[in-house]
Design a protein around this ligand. Structure first.
Ligand SMILES: [Zn+2]
Length: 375
């Protein structure tokens, strides 16, 4: 799958053994940290690309540096900035936030004096997503983690009005690695629509809005001089994508746009650095979601049932994406697709989003039972 173009640290290959642990405590499938992906161009990787294990990047020229995305909390962002400083990367004077998910911008306050850029659409959504909400969820998660780790034959559940019961062990596991204390939302101070060129010393970086796909305002950073595309969450590699805006058709168009750049190297928002083949495979995944999943929705099958029909089938295990982490994310994809089909405006949020997440936890348990740890 992976093609070594000689530019990338070889340890970023998938499946290369490493003793490293991920933030969530799993065995790392590739090395994390700072990786040179081209001259003066770096990726910061957080294996394995699970929830909150997001990537970032640096584009450098002399004394100038651009940072593509900050991370989900201050500790993680601080760790990245320290490693960059040790590698001789100047302090970023510009930050580009690819989209509105906290794991790509909640570390902004550590670079509050920088020019911080995002698409107008992304900034609109950032205003709606206060870290206080996540701190509350983490408290729930902490309780959940404790209860969920008791040696009980069944997984505990939490009942919240208006939501399906939440499998607590799962909630706790998801939230524990992150610390949202002290975060003050630091929003972009410059926005763009469609396309924008920025200078990093003598280098030019193009910011290109390709959403809606994963979220409403998805944008990528394209560095043509070294043929590297920082694709953020338009690309999930080795882990199943999750979709909050869509529809699926629109994400396929976003992939076509980044494929048209013909980049030699793609840095995903989650997962290892990759080439065109992996982008093509993700495109095939969405074609499959469209032909086998969305078609069910069109026939009136609810998203949960449609997802179960696909994920719990015998055929699923033989598909190329069956080995990706967390196949149950197909459910939020289909929930979002249904939301858009029902005339929902743009982005699955609030109760709809919480419901999709909690239902996904249940489907995950069943998929693991049916196909083992990995499908
Ligand atoms: Zn992300």
């Amino acid at each position: 799958m992976w093609q070594d173009d000689g530019l990338v640290t070889t340890a970023t290959k998938m499946n290369e053994s490493t003793s490293e642990r991920t933030l969530h405590g799993a065995r790392a499938k590739y090395a994390g940290g700072l990786h040179s992906v081209a001259a003066d161009t770096w990726a910061w990787l957080q294996p394995n690309g699970d929830l909150g294990e997001s990537n970032a990047g640096f584009v450098v020229n002399g004394e100038h540096a651009l940072l593509v995305d900050t991370l989900w909390d201050l500790k993680l962002t601080h760790r990245m900035l320290e490693a960059a400083e040790r590698a001789g990367i100047p302090r970023p004077e510009t930050v580009f936030n690819s989209h509105s998910d906290g794991d790509h911008y909640w570390g902004n306050q550590l670079l509050a004096d920088a020019q911080i850029i995002s698409s107008t659409n992304a900034k609109k959504l950032m205003r709606l997503d206060p870290p206080a909400e996540m701190r509350r969820m983490r408290t729930t998660g902490r309780i959940g983690g404790a209860i969920g780790s008791l040696p009980l034959p069944v997984i505990g559940t939490l009942r919240v009005r208006g939501l399906p019961s939440i499998p607590l062990r799962e909630m706790g596991r998801m939230m524990m690695p992150f610390d949202w204390r002290g975060i003050e939302l630091t929003l972009p101070n410059r926005t763009f629509d469609g396309r924008m060129e920025i200078a990093v010393g003598d280098r030019t970086v193009e910011l290109i809005e390709v959403g809606p796909a994963h979220t409403q305002g998805d944008s990528v950073a394209w560095t043509p001089d070294v043929s590297v595309c920082f694709a953020a969450d338009v690309l999930f590699i080795g882990c199943t994508p999750i979709m909050w805006a869509g529809p699926v058709e629109s994400w396929i168009r976003a992939l076509d746009r980044i494929l048209a750049l013909n980049a030699q190297t793609y840095v995903p928002g989650h997962g290892p650095v990759c080439g065109r083949d992996e982008v093509q495979l993700l495109r095939r995944y969405f074609e499959w979601v469209k032909s086998d999943g969305v078609s069910q929705l069109k026939n009136g099958v609810p998203p949960v049932k449609a997802a179960r029909n696909l994920l719990l089938s015998d055929q699923f295990a033989s598909l190329p994406w069956a080995g990706w982490d967390d196949p149950s994310r197909l459910l939020p994809i289909l929930c979002t697709e249904q939301y858009v089909r029902d005339g929902g405006q743009g982005h699955l949020r609030g109760l709809g989003r919480s419901r999709a997440i909690t239902q996904m936890q249940r489907v995950r348990v069943d998929v693991e039972r049916r196909h083992g740890g990995h499908a």
